[in-house]
Design a protein around this ligand. Structure first.
Ligand SMILES: *Cc1c(COP(=O)(O)O)cnc(C)c1O
Length: 360
């Protein structure tokens, strides 16, 4: 068996320890004689799995009691519709568009009401985070929406926007559990887990209780109503049971690493190795403004398309996978999520130095 260094943006690298544990439990989960994949989601054993997962997530993020944790399906993209359907009481929301994912969410919301684009960084290919200290927040906005870490472009909000008292909704798919957050600053925090937490198929929604109501837009399906899932503790119908089990293992792993403060330190250390090299390299360069750099997704280019392609191909031959940038931006992107070991980044930089010397 040999494992590569996987820099995929998602689905992405998971802790090896977690994968091994899951493999050991594959045929017989703790003496039940069956796989978690095969058991009833209404069983006592599974109830322990989902309850423990929720509690561990609450511990890690310090989630207050007046927030619900929902394990849902449909990916992050389904939330683009679910958020307006459930939250647009006045049919007005403000969107800060800092990349493709925020743009998609903004476009989707337009189906349900007035979705204002109150700031954007599209003028410079989403290479920065706009100043959000004094935006024209709509008087009757039901919420202000951000994508906190822009997976494709590699930028991150280092300070949250001033929402002037309006509810903040954040897509944290690609920075989930990468550092501590103050949950009380948000109305809704959500993310697909396949970037930094677990297998595709699970989306986690952390939502303040007062935002969970029966007063949703007319025609909102039962399955797309937060209240349905909140009332049933994510067991209204069959949840993505196996995926949640793996997420639970990752939560335990994060606790063992020392929690989110420690992850932040580790992630900063990892990202610094790569950014420091990009800043000194004569061949490679980062593509976003320094103060908005993501700790999780690091895009870079050589400035020459053919050389970029050569780099991606040679990197792959050397065990560094999935370094090709998103199809919409080209170049390279190294996603260095929680489970990417520091050695992976060190070795990547060594390889980049060698490539630079050979292609000077
Ligand atoms: C990947 C990604 C999405 C889309 O996730 P799906 O689960 O494929 O719908 C949305 N937002 C962000 C920030 C992402 O990184």
């Amino acid at each position: 068996m040999s494992r590569v260094y996987n820099f995929s943006a998602g689905p992405a690298v998971l802790p090896e320890e977690v994968l091994k544990e899951a493999a050991e439990e594959m045929l017989d989960y703790q003496g039940t004689g069956m796989s978690v994949m095969e058991m009833s989601h209404r069983s006592k054993v599974y109830d322990d799995i989902i309850k423990t997962a929720e509690q561990d997530l609450r511990d890690l993020m310090n989630i207050p009691d007046n927030y619900k944790v929902l394990f849902l399906q449909g990916g992050a993209s389904q939330q683009f519709a679910m958020i307006p359907m459930n939250l647009m009481k006045n049919k007005v929301a403000d969107y800060i568009v800092t990349g493709q994912w925020a743009k998609k969410a903004w476009q989707e919301a337009q189906k349900y009401g007035t979705a204002n684009k109150i700031a954007s960084s599209e003028d410079k290919t989403f290479s920065y985070i706009p100043d959000c200290s004094d935006l024209p927040i709509s008087e009757d906005a039901d919420y202000v929406y951000i994508c906190e870490n822009n997976t494709i472009y590699g930028t991150k909000f280092k300070t949250l926007p001033n929402t002037k008292g309006k509810t903040l909704v954040a897509d944290v798919s690609s920075c989930f559990l990468s550092e501590p957050v103050d949950v009380t600053k948000y109305g809704v925090i959500y993310g697909g887990v396949q970037k930094n937490i677990g297998p595709a198929g699970v989306v986690i929604v952390i939502i303040r209780e007062d935002l969970i109501t029966e007063d949703v837009l007319p025609g909102t399906p039962t399955m797309l109503t937060y209240k349905t899932h909140a009332d049933a503790q994510s067991l209204y119908n069959t949840p993505p049971a196996y995926g949640i089990y793996i997420c639970g293992k990752v939560f335990k792993w994060l606790k063992k690493q020392g929690g989110l403060e420690k992850m932040k330190e580790y992630n900063e250390k990892k990202a610094k190795i790569l950014y420091d090299f990009l800043d000194e390299s004569k061949l490679f360069k980062g593509t976003v403004v320094k103060e908005d750099r993501s700790l999780m997704n690091v895009p870079f280019v050589t400035g020459d398309k053919d050389l970029d392609a050569k780099f991606v191909a040679e990197a792959k031959e050397n065990g560094f996978e999935n370094l090709k940038g998103h199809r919409s931006v080209g170049g390279m992107r190294a996603s260095i999520y929680n489970a990417m070991p520091i050695e992976g980044v060190e070795k990547l930089v060594e390889f980049m130095k060698k490539f630079e010397a050979e292609n000077a």
